[in-house]
Design a protein around this ligand. Structure first.
Ligand SMILES: Cc1cc2ncn([C@H]3O[C@H](COP(=O)(O)O)[C@@H](O)[C@H]3O)c2cc1C
Ligand SMILES: O=C(O)c1cccnc1
Length: 347
């Protein structure tokens, strides 16, 4: 039987996009003058299959997991932070919790396995795969069943989003060491060199950055026998990265538009596109992260991010920050007067 994540996605609805494009041409403004706000409305119309798209109901899932590679000294922060941040998400103190609450977006957090496990917390689902991935310096990060479990966790988050009436999916991540995992995965998927995709993550110093590049180089050597995107994800990814890959594929299969966050989520999106290329039209890109290497991952998917604010946090914070632009694009598209309605002369 073919795995669910290998199933192709439908293309966005061409007629709905055409109807939206036609409406944009009739609104009281010089043709094309609202730039990306116009094309965003048209793309959303195609994805939602309606001439008047809306992103009132937004679902955010933050996946948290720990990484074996953290032991290689590749983060500026201790691994215990991943578990500690789960408590912070639950109590509303994390950046994404504030951004979601300020915009009435639904936020759920999924604990896939952290070393410093805080146990049951309100608003945090426990879908524990293991306390951490194995270090990909000397082992595959995940066994096959662990990868399948992570992908399926992402798929289930999309089921909940759909049941909740979501019109847009945003995924985020929390996992100390995950910019190293994301960079390694990006290198493998794009045949890039570690210097080009490695950045300072939480803020490592020059020595930390060198350790990170060395770790990735070693991992790419060790796993040189891998041959496809799923296998690279299993060997170099993390539970949260794989869950996001699964969520992106499932959302695209179910015609749910996706707003991608920063560097780590973009690596997961790239894995999704490499596993199932028909995912690509369902992805909107929110911002270019300060993390060196993000621009290359974006370019590999011909993605034009909306914002460049020097953000380097993850947690879906960049996507949540770009959400108002999508909402404004929909409001303009639905509520501006046409030339005929307003009695304004056309060109
Ligand atoms: C307090 C805190 C909150 C965070 N929220 C997201 N990240 C971000 O930083 C981590 C990746 O960076 P690196 O690869 O350098 O460890 C991830 O957890 C990511 O989501 C955080 C990091 C910290 C310290
Ligand atoms: O852009 C990101 O996803 C990012 C950058 C730094 C740290 N964590 C995540």
């Amino acid at each position: 039987m073919t795995s669910w994540y290998l199933r192709a996605c439908a293309q966005p609805h061409a007629e709905a996009a055409a109807a939206a494009r036609q409406r944009q041409a009739q609104l009281t403004k010089p043709a094309g003058s609202l730039g990306r706000l116009e094309t965003l409305a048209i793309e959303l119309a195609g994805m939602q299959g309606r001439a008047l798209p809306a992103v009132d109901a937004v679902w955010i899932t933050v996946f948290a997991a720990d990484h074996g590679v953290a032991a290689a000294g590749v983060s500026a922060y201790p691994q215990a932070v991943t578990g500690e941040m789960l408590r912070n998400f639950a109590h509303g103190g994390a950046a994404i919790a504030v951004l979601a609450a300020a915009q009435q977006a639904e936020l759920e957090v999924v604990n896939l396995g952290v070393v410093n496990d805080p146990g049951e917390l309100p608003g945090v689902r426990r879908e524990i795969i293991a306390a951490s991935t194995a270090s990909f310096l000397s082992d595959a990060a995940m066994h096959d069943e662990q990868l399948e479990a992570a992908l399926a966790s992402g798929q289930r988050s999309v089921e909940r989003a759909r049941a909740g009436g979501a019109q847009l999916l945003i995924c985020g991540e929390m996992g100390i060491g995950n910019t190293t995992s994301a960079a390694a995965l990006g290198c493998a998927l794009l045949a890039e060199s570690p210097e080009h995709l490695s950045g300072r993550g939480t803020g490592v110093d020059d020595a930390g950055l060198r350790r990170k590049i060395e770790a990735i180089r070693k991992a790419l050597d060790f796993h040189a026998g891998a041959h496809d995107a799923r296998e690279w994800l299993r060997r170099l990814g993390g539970f949260e990265l794989a869950a996001m890959t699964g969520a992106y594929i499932a959302a695209a299969q179910q015609r749910l538009p996706i707003l991608v966050d920063g560097f780590v989520t973009t690596a997961a999106a790239l894995a999704a596109v490499k596993i199932q290329p028909s995912v690509r039209p369902w992805l909107l890109f929110s911002h270019r992260s300060q993390e060196a290497g993000h621009a290359r991952l974006l370019a590999a998917m011909d993605a034009q991010p909306l914002l460049d604010l020097g953000l380097r946090l993850g947690e879906a914070s960049g996507a949540a920050t770009a959400l108002p632009l999508l909402r404004l694009a929909c409001a303009l598209h639905a509520n501006m007067a046409t030339f005929a309605e307003a009695g304004v002369s056309e060109a």
